[in-house]
Design a protein around this ligand. Structure first.
Ligand code: ATP
Ligand code: MG
Length: 577
């Protein structure tokens, strides 16, 4: 393709709202343009890269036995009402009415539609298992669309759904998708990790998220450098090193908690300073209300509650903070709540509280706390759960090594759905004996457009994008320094032909611009290999530059094809020997 006529509107400066590298570079390199918040046009180069990612996704989905189809983006509201999600999905679901006043949603995900199709078309066990997928535009009215393609309101997703007759069948389908995802993200050149994620309190069992590691990622990953353990922060568990010795009983402490005057000392920080104790010696009491009942949540003073874990511990019940009046009703006072002497409040504790000695708690009386609390002695019979965010310094429960933290971009998600949708929408099959059973489902998403941005986030330098060869819009950038020079043009024409004949995609910079402009653009749009035809064209010598390594060397025109073969065989990462 000749660059002259290709629409690649590169920019020197980018709008101030582009905060992250991938967003800036996609604008600067002329890959995308914003139409409205979170809504983008893919220009020719952007679309090519996106199509290459789609090809990888298709090849691996097909290889895993999944079948491609394409479902509508417009969904009648009845479907979402039947599944119960018309109400619970909230404002993220884009809703509209047709001319007759019928309500529709723009598809945010397709469980409802696919389950309806399967319900109508599959009745017998003989047609199971089956995995169906599509690559299609999704709509979500995100509260904060940002970072360009990373969080859009209109974005491209690959969504797959598996249908099985048994749990073990689902396990196999899941495993097959899980492996396909590994191949897909590896081929896309991403540095990623599959992490355990939360599946909600009821229903789902296994779920993994695929995280592209990046400092700007919105998710926190906890992983063990020594074993395979890796989980999303909302799910991660660890062993908190005890602050004081929890094994042997201390004999130097008073026989019962001591009440101390702590005027207007209500926060952990204030209390720690006032009493000169570490926050690790304080037990935090958080008062919430779940199902209309007051609940006190205990955890060590330096720990933070993980709301998802807490919700799971409450059997999936939503909760709110307990009001001042509610706190009074249980016989306490805001800022001085503690687990001893409460009336009619359920108490649950995080495992960080286990065995704490010489602890400080609220006295349920304004301006007082209790010190020298022995958890085993004074708070016997507590119900313990894992309710906290894992913190730096915690150890792996599997192997004991200290856990590490990283930031990630969620590029894919695999989830065992079970029968949630097949039950609500009535998708069942009859088994060998004619008995009817709900079909067991899994769902598997990849944010195809988000992958594009994640690739750039991980592959760039100050000069521009560094495409992995597998997704680069073009493999080779052929650059003619002076297009008025007949010898340079003749040699360029020959090279262009031989490369395209050999099957390489080539963008030929045949523009009349200054060489400096062309070189800068070439670095910005970042194809793996640049071949420059310049001064030495008469001797059939060209300059070759590898975008990733920066290596630069001369080749004769006749060596180019063989060189490309070696270079691209190794994924475009080899350097010239
Ligand atoms: P997130 O936590 O980032 O909002 P999600 O849990 O809502 O993601 P899923 O519903 O599992 O995402 O969607 C499947 C995949 O679609 C995600 O793994 C992600 O890669 C992609 N995705 C989700 N929301 C967006 C978005 N607003 N823009 C681009 N890609 C998205
Ligand atoms: Mg989301």
């Amino acid at each position: 393709m000749r660059q002259q006529r290709l629409l690649i509107p590169t920019l020197r400066d980018v709008p101030g709202d582009a905060e992250v590298a991938s967003h800036k570079l996609m604008l600067r390199a002329g890959l995308i343009r914003q139409l409205s918040s979170g809504i983008y046009t893919y220009l020719p180069l952007g679309l090519k890269a996106l199509q290459h990612i789609q090809t990888i996704v298709r090849e691996e989905m097909d290889a895993a036995g999944a079948q491609e189809m394409l479902m509508p983006a417009l969904h009648p509201s009845e479907l979402w009402k039947a599944s119960g999600r018309w109400d619970v999905y909230g404002p993220e679901l884009m809703r509209l009415e047709d001319r007759h006043g019928r309500e529709f949603a723009l598809g945010a995900t397709h469980e409802e539609v696919i389950t309806t199709i399967v319900k109508d078309e599959i009745q017998s066990y003989k047609k199971l298992p089956v995995t169906l997928y599509q690559i299609q535009t999704k709509y979500r009215d995100e509260r904060r669309p940002r970072f360009g393609l990373l969080r859009g309101r209109e974005f491209l997703m690959k969504d797959a759904y598996s249908f099985d007759r048994s749990q073990s069948g689902l396990d196999e389908s899941y495993e097959s998708m899980y492996k396909a995802y590994h191949r897909i993200f590896t081929r896309c050149g991403l540095n990623f990790r599959a992490v355990e994620a939360d599946s909600g309190a009821i229903g789902g069992t296994d779920t993994h998220e695929f995280m592209a590691l990046a400092d700007i990622g919105e998710d926190t990953i906890v992983h063990c450098p020594s074993c395979q353990y890796a989980a999303n922060l909302e799910k991660a568990v660890g062993q908190l090193p005890a602050f004081t010795d929890t094994a042997s009983k201390r004999s130097d402490l008073p026989n019962e908690p001591q009440k101390v005057h702590t005027p207007q000392v209500t926060s952990i920080k204030q209390l720690s300073e006032f009493l000169q104790v570490s926050p690790k010696q304080i037990i935090k009491s958080i008062a919430i209300e779940a199902n209309g009942e007051p609940v006190i949540v205990l955890l060590r003073g330096d720990c933070e509650v993980n709301e998802i874990k807490l919700k799971n511990a409450l059997n999936g019940t939503e909760f709110t903070m307990l009001s001042e009046a509610g706190i009074q009703q249980i016989g306490s006072k805001a800022g001085f709540i503690g687990p001893i002497g409460l009336q009619n409040a359920k108490i649950i504790a995080d495992s960080s509280v286990i065995g704490m000695q010489d602890a400080v708690i609220g006295a349920n009386e304004a301006d007082y706390h209790l010190t020298h609390v022995q958890v085993e002695r004074d708070l016997a019979g507590l119900a313990y759960y894992d309710l906290r965010n894992v913190t730096e310094g915690e150890h792996c429960l599997t192997c004991g090594h200290e856990l590490s933290f990283a930031k990630g971009i969620e590029v894919g998600h695999v989830f065992k759905l079970g029968t949630k949708y097949s039950r609500s929408l009535g998708a069942s099959f009859s088994d060998e004996n004619g008995a009817s059973e709900p079909i067991i489902m899994g769902c598997y998403g990849i944010g195809v457009s988000r992958v594009l941005a994640a690739i750039i986030e991980q592959n760039h330098d100050e000069r521009g994008i560094i495409w992995p060869a597998s997704v680069a819009p073009f493999a080779v950038h052929l650059l003619t320094v002076h297009v008025q020079d007949e010898i340079q043009m003749k040699l360029s024409t020959e090279i262009y032909k031989s490369l395209t004949d050999a099957g390489y995609s080539v963008l030929w910079d045949d523009r009349e611009d200054r060489p400096g402009v062309k070189f800068n653009d070439a670095d910005l749009i970042g194809f793996p290999l640049r071949i420059t035809v310049g001064k030495k064209a008469a001797e059939h010598i060209v300059e070759c530059k590898e975008r990733r390594s920066g290596d630069q060397y001369e080749l004769t025109a006749e060596q180019i094809i063989a060189h490309c073969q070696t270079f691209f065989q190794t994924g475009g990462r080899s350097s010239h020997e």
